[in-house]
Design a binder for this molecule. Structure first.
Ligand code: SF4
Ligand code: SF4
Length: 144
């Protein structure tokens, strides 16, 4: 059974009062693209977990959203769930609650200029396909 973290719940409701407008009807779920990959990714559930003050949701599931905006269009209660999720993300970042693995792709891009770090395997595959070898991105070298 989920234990409610009232301290975190109260902080979230104070910062994002729209959370309380959600009556958990589930209309947003049926058109959510992220929910197709897992029930925990639905906006309805993320809002519920925020109301339960669940840190795990803020750290991980919250970030699984394809930003399609369908939930905003469908919600009959004008919760604007997608906007709520963005506010929850800002809250999670501000409080340092985001799981490191979620931020890894961003770090890789800023540190290497690529979505995946360059490695020998990639270059071996490219060689087999007759493609040129990938090297460190020149602009990033200048910044180091
Ligand atoms: S914007 Fe809403 S409907 Fe679209 S993936 Fe994100 S949570 Fe789901
Ligand atoms: S966000 Fe809107 S559509 Fe989704 S469960 Fe809550 S009230 Fe229903």
């Amino acid at each position: 059974m989920t234990q409610i973290n009232f301290e975190l719940r109260n902080e979230l409701v104070k910062e994002i009062p729209e959370l309380l407008k959600c009556f958990q009807c589930g209309t947003c779920v049926s058109s959510c693209l992220a929910e197709r990959y897992g029930k925990a990714y639905s906006p309805r559930r993320k809002i519920l977990m925020a109301l339960y003050g669940q840190k795990d949701m803020l750290a991980k599931e919250l970030w699984r959203c394809l930003t399609c905006n369908n939930c905003n269009e469908r919600c009959p209660q004008e919760v604007n769930p997608y906007d709520v999720l963005v506010k929850l993300k800002n809250f999670a970042v501000k409080k340092g609650l985001v799981d490191e693995t979620i931020l890894q792709p961003e770090k890789t891009v800023t540190e290497t200029g690529r979505s995946l770090p360059l490695n020998e395997r990639v270059n071996n595959q490219r060689k087999e396909l007759g493609l040129n070898e990938l090297k460190e991105i020149d602009e990033l070298k200048k910044l180091k």
